[in-house]
Design a protein around this ligand. Structure first.
Ligand code: ME8
Length: 644
């Protein structure tokens, strides 16, 4: 049987609707789950909801409903979001599930019977928000050192778990297993934390103070501390969730993905609980970083919480998945900025991957209608062997290496390295020029074949990150891929693409985003202006300017239009296509002066006829009546690049 891969996300509090942070961890887990299925491992991917405790009880009271009604009402908000984001979890656990509660009670009873749980009077500083006590030395000017909210002194009889007994064992385990807590900076944090004496953990709350929880099996006046309840989900979920995986099969978990905010509860509380229960520890606890919004912590009061639903509706799930994992190294903190998001959609998704697919499929359809291009060994050059080597190395070496290390941004960087190489390959080989000369037929077929093979490799590589995009790429390339199968279980060979596959041109993979947009719940209000000056009447907004699609183009041929001293008929290369443009530059330039020049054209102008010749665009040049010069580019720029 294949190696099992068990991955979990935190179970999220249902005190409010899901936000970008929840989406982040869940997307990351989904990408890993999809990758491991693709390479033939058996995967169990668990996520769910943490429904007990003070936060949920308070939120329900505020809404004027029972805690259970409150949880039932919010659960679909999470489940629908996961569906929209293409999350492929195998199990969804709710801590109000009766079978989860039974496991928590069983574990509590076991620890109580083994005398790892005892009752004691405790006086300390209690933070209601974090649901925990702090000692005198922790408290910071009467405030919680964690959330900075005021703490109150409470004296209470409670049940305690003898966590302190496991301090040395845990320290030794972390030291002996470098991949147990990752990344390394977080591992060092936990080791630092364990240098100080570890206290026992209060695992109960008197019902008089908090009633919304799992009753202690040995004292009906108490409910279980929400963290003891929640952490058990990683095991209880294996016991009863369909398709009935068993503990023996899946435990120990391969990866618990968590945010850095809950590292201690996982690395210390959970690990010591497992030690006391004599259950092996998970292989890896990976704590990722924190998202802020335009440099600020996201919070409802600031009104800057990114609503994942709004982002998906505007930009699509795959662009969102891509951006979150591409923007910052997994493990580090990052900032969500709309400018950067839109920049990546336009630059890397639309102009990069989308452009490569569209220009390849267009050329294949035009040059080999109804069939697939067939390579000819005599027409293969160093360009093709380089492309092949890069694609094979990406799939066989780079992806397994980075996925193993949970380095999403590096993985995406490597995939986009091949996207760039593919686009450069098409620029260099210029299949639209080859298509003009019947002598170049073999070379043309060879070039198109290699472009399609590159896209086939890219589609497999991109699948874990962007499943919808990969499916659409496969459809357009005519590949009969069923991504629920382990398509990368065996090494894939270059040239083993589905020869005979018929390409089908489809919609653009990623439409360009022209207008700056703020898809958060915090839509900025338009500024009201008391008066509009005359000068402002002549000003245009950025949206008006962005309607004009300016693109870098290359002049392939030029000839004078008979009986006109001013007009030249040009054939220009726009990267994805070739266009005919009639330009009034004939008094300044002869055809011989401008062939091969890189220029800028208006690409979305309605076609018009000039002296009976169709013009499908406009060349940019300086000058009013008389042309003084063509607009060119100072740096070498890829043909088809947008000019802004
Ligand atoms: O802590 N940036 O639930 P929770 C990155 N129920 N990740 C973020 C984030 C942000 N700004 N905000 C939230 C709980 N997250 C407990 C967990 S597990 C047994 C119990 C993500 O709803 C991140 O994964 O507060 C963080 O750890 C988690 O949501 C906290 O979710």
């Amino acid at each position: 049987m294949s190696k099992p891969f068990y991955i979990t996300t935190p179970i999220y509090y249902v005190n409010d609707v899901p936000h970008i942070g929840h989406a982040y961890t869940t997307i990351a887990a989904d990408v890993l789950a999809r990758w491991h299925r693709l390479i033939g491992e058996e995967v169990f991917f668990l996520t769910g909801l943490d429904e007990h405790g003070q936060k949920v009880q308070q939120a329900a009271a505020k809404a004027g409903v029972s805690p259970q009604e409150h949880c039932d009402g919010l659960t679909p908000q999470f489940q629908t979001l996961w569906q929209k984001l293409g999350i492929s979890n195998d199990g969804f656990i709710r801590t109000t599930d009766a079978r989860h509660q039974a496991v928590v009670q069983r574990f509590l009873q076991e620890l109580y019977d083994k005398q790892f749980i005892y009752r004691a009077e405790y006086t300390g500083w209690y933070c209601t928000f974090d649901e925990r006590f702090w000692t005198e030395k922790d408290v910071d000017n009467g405030r919680c050192p964690d959330c900075q909210r005021p703490v109150e002194q409470l004296s209470e009889s409670n049940y305690f778990f003898r966590m302190s007994q496991f301090q040395q064992r845990l320290f030794d385990h972390i030291e002996a297993n470098p991949s147990f807590i990752r990344p390394e900076s977080r591992r060092n944090e936990v080791l630092g934390f364990l240098q100080k004496p570890l206290e026992d953990l209060s695992i109960s709350r008197p019902k008089s103070r908090l009633s919304w929880g799992i009753e202690l099996p040995f004292d009906a006046d108490y409910v279980t501390y929400v963290w003891f309840d929640a952490l058990v989900n990683y095991i209880s979920g294996l016991e009863y969730l369909p398709p009935r995986p068993s503990l023996d099969r899946w435990w120990p978990a391969t990866v618990h993905l968590v945010g850095k905010d809950i590292l201690t509860t996982h690395a210390v509380y959970w690990s010591t609980m497992l030690m006391a229960l004599e259950i092996p520890l998970p292989h890896t606890i990976f704590a990722h970083g924190w998202w802020t919004m335009d440099g600020e912590k996201m919070s409802k009061s600031r009104g800057n919480v990114v609503d994942p639903y709004a982002v998906i509706d505007r930009f699509g799930a795959d662009a969102f998945r891509y951006f979150l994992l591409r923007e910052i190294p997994f493990g580090q903190d990052g900032d969500f900025s709309h400018e950067s998001f839109i920049g990546r959609i336009n630059g890397e998704l639309a102009n990069g991957l989308g452009n490569l697919l569209s220009r390849t499929v267009t050329m294949i359809q035009r040059c080999c209608p109804g069939t697939a291009p067939t390579p000819d060994p005599s027409a293969v050059t160093g360009l093709e062997t380089d492309l092949q080597a890069a694609a094979e190395s990406l799939i066989q070496k780079t992806l397994p290496h980075h996925f193993q290390r949970i380095e999403f941004n590096r993985t995406l960087e490597a995939i986009w390295g091949l996207v760039q190489l593919g686009n450069q390959y098409i620029d260099k080989t210029a299949p639209w020029v080859l298509a003009k000369n019947p002598d170049d037929a073999k070379r043309l077929q060879t070039v198109l074949f290699h472009a399609a093979e590159t896209l086939r490799f890219l589609c497999l590589a991109a699948y874990p990150f962007m499943p919808n995009t990969a499916r659409e790429m496969a459809r357009q390339l005519g590949l009969p891929y069923d991504f629920s199968q382990a398509l990368l279980k065996d090494p894939i060979a270059w040239g083993a693409g589905e020869s005979g596959a018929t390409v089908v041109k489809g919609k653009a993979l990623f439409p360009r985003v022209d207008a700056p947009a703020t898809p958060s719940s915090a839509q900025p209000q338009p500024k009201s202006s008391a008066s509009t000056s005359k000068a402002e009447d002549t000003l245009i907004g950025i949206q008006d300017f962005q309607r004009v699609e300016l693109k870098v183009a290359k002049i392939l041929t030029a000839e004078r239009i008979p009986k006109s001293s001013k007009l030249l008929k040009l054939q220009v290369d726009l990267g994805t296509e070739q266009r005919q443009i009639v330009a009034g530059i004939g008094k300044k330039y002869g055809p011989e002066d401008i062939v091969g020049k890189t220029i800028v054209v208006v690409a979305n102008l309605k076609p018009a006829k000039l002296m009976g010749v169709e013009s499908q665009g406009m060349v940019l040049a300086a000058g009013d009546e008389e042309v003084q010069g063509l607009v060119t580019l100072q740096e070498e720029t890829e043909i088809g690049t947008r000019v802004k």
